[in-house]
Write a protein that binds this ligand. Structure first.
Ligand SMILES: [Zn+2]
Length: 452
């Protein structure tokens, strides 16, 4: 063999090697999700790739493409300190994102995988924008943080790009003053299913109804401090929203009710601006005097729900205007604000459980020897519930005193915040190799564990 053909051969093998490395690197870069785990609810409907063209910053973006309605997520488990507020931010862009059955929740968002805790959702077609998710670690030491297209109970199709992930820890708020809001919706205009037939229901609240709600919010703000012996206090705002509620939610136990999704478009600008700790929505769902009793339910309040992590309650006007549930009368109702307190206590009951405390169920008053009084309802029960003064054997039980400080995380917790070392992407070749080695090691230990 001549020297010349030897050189040519060498050059060719070097070129082949370079091409092979380039292709491998390209493929690797296209599918490399670093430390994120990808998961889908249905196989074959989602493509996860990195995008070097559609990106916000220097790094390739993370692209989720749902070719049909489904739920997909890439996530990473991060360590958290219990009882701390956290803020997760990223940049997001979407194209043609639609939700199955046009649900209002669902779309591109940040969430804690396996829970309903999430940021707001993005649908349609948008340019790059900021997305923020606040959460409280509660009693957890780790959470699986995910970037999702779909939802806990929703399915979406379309494309979402995510980029520039950041996690911050904030300072917990230690005061016991709760900022509450009551949105009064005097009008509803909804299509509902009554015995298999769709019916349109339009209803209005009277001025007396609105006045009753306002009076009760005022009474409630005073009585709650008295009942809990100043373990907490509230300040509140009231807004009357004239746009009608256009959809209702439904479940087997309660029938029709107003969920966070049903009022999101009307109230979210207030909520984002004002950092509320609790939200009430007041409305009418039936009016017997006007012959409308389609949506009669046996509840006048519903609680324990949440609006993006903030406690959320329904206050429903009685169907019959001769019902005095919301009207003060020294002979037969000295506690008309009871339903406001009751529904808020459902939120504290739920929070206690989520923070890892064992508390008696709010509806279990009979079990502990309490009964409803004709004049002031369950006031005595609430008092002992809030002050952890219910006798149970040798013990006193009720809400833990700390619960009054555990309010929803919001931007006030992040005036002084620090970044935590999580969701970081490798920034240079050495970090890429280190990261790769770490993942190969993880894979081998997984294989050997599963063979052992
Ligand atoms: Zn209840």
């Amino acid at each position: 063999m001549s020297k010349r053909s030897h050189i040519v051969k060498n050059v060719i093998s070097i070129i082949i090697l370079i091409v092979a490395i380039t292709i491998t690197t390209k493929i690797y870069n296209k599918y490399n999700y670093n430390d994120f785990d990808k998961s889908v609810s249905e196989i074959g409907k989602t493509n996860f790739t990195r995008d070097s063209k559609e990106k916000y910053s220097k790094m390739d973006s993370y692209k989720i493409e749902n070719i049909d309605y489904t739920d997909s997520i890439f996530s990473q488990t991060i360590s958290v300190i219990p009882n701390k507020p956290y803020k997760v931010t990223c940049k997001v862009k979407v194209k043609d994102v639609e939700n199955l059955n046009n649900t209002k929740s669902g779309g591109a968002h940040i969430s804690i995988n396996g829970t309903t805790e999430r940021s707001k959702t993005i649908t349609g077609t948008t340019n790059w924008q900021d997305l923020t998710f606040y959460f409280n670690s509660k009693n957890r030491t780790e959470v699986n943080l995910g970037f999702r297209l779909g939802g806990y109970a929703e399915k979406s199709k379309g494309t979402a790009w995510f980029s520039d992930f950041k996690v911050e820890i904030g300072t917990e708020n230690t005061n016991n003053k709760w900022k509450m809001v009551c949105f009064i919706f005097p009008n509803i205009d909804v299509n509902v299913n009554v015995n298999g037939k769709m019916e349109n229901v339009k209803l209005q609240m009277s001025n007396d109804d609105i006045m009753n709600i306002k009076n009760n919010m005022s009474r409630y703000s005073t009585s709650i401090s008295q009942i809990c012996k100043n373990k907490m206090s509230i300040e509140y705002e009231i807004y009357t929203i004239t746009n009608p509620i256009k959809t209702l939610s439904y479940d087997e136990t309660n029938g029709y009710y107003v969920s966070a999704d049903d009022v999101y478009e009307y109230i979210n600008s207030y909520v984002e601006q004002n950092n509320y700790d609790h939200i009430y929505v007041a409305f009418r769902m039936a009016d017997k005097q006007k012959g409308n009793d389609t949506l009669v339910n046996d509840w006048i309040g519903l609680g324990g729900m949440d609006y993006l992590g903030i406690g959320f309650s329904n206050i429903r006007m009685p169907d019959d205007e001769n019902n005095y549930a919301y009207q003060y009368n020294y002979l037969f109702n000295t506690f008309p604000e009871e339903v406001f307190l009751h529904e808020f206590l459902h939120t504290l009951e739920r929070n206690s459980q989520e923070y890892g405390y064992e508390v008696p169920a709010l509806h279990d008053y009979k079990k502990y020897g309490y009964s409803e009084n004709n004049i002031d309802g369950l006031k005595k029960w609430y008092e002992d519930y809030m002050n952890c003064n219910i006798s149970y054997g040798q013990n006193k039980i009720g809400l833990p005193p700390q619960i009054y400080k555990y309010k929803p995380a919001n931007k006030n917790n992040f005036i002084y915040s620090s970044n935590i070392n999580a969701l970081n992407e490798p920034k240079n070749i050495i970090e890429v190799i280190r990261n790769l080695a770490k993942r190969i090691q993880k894979l081998f230990s997984y294989v050997s564990e599963n063979n052992g």
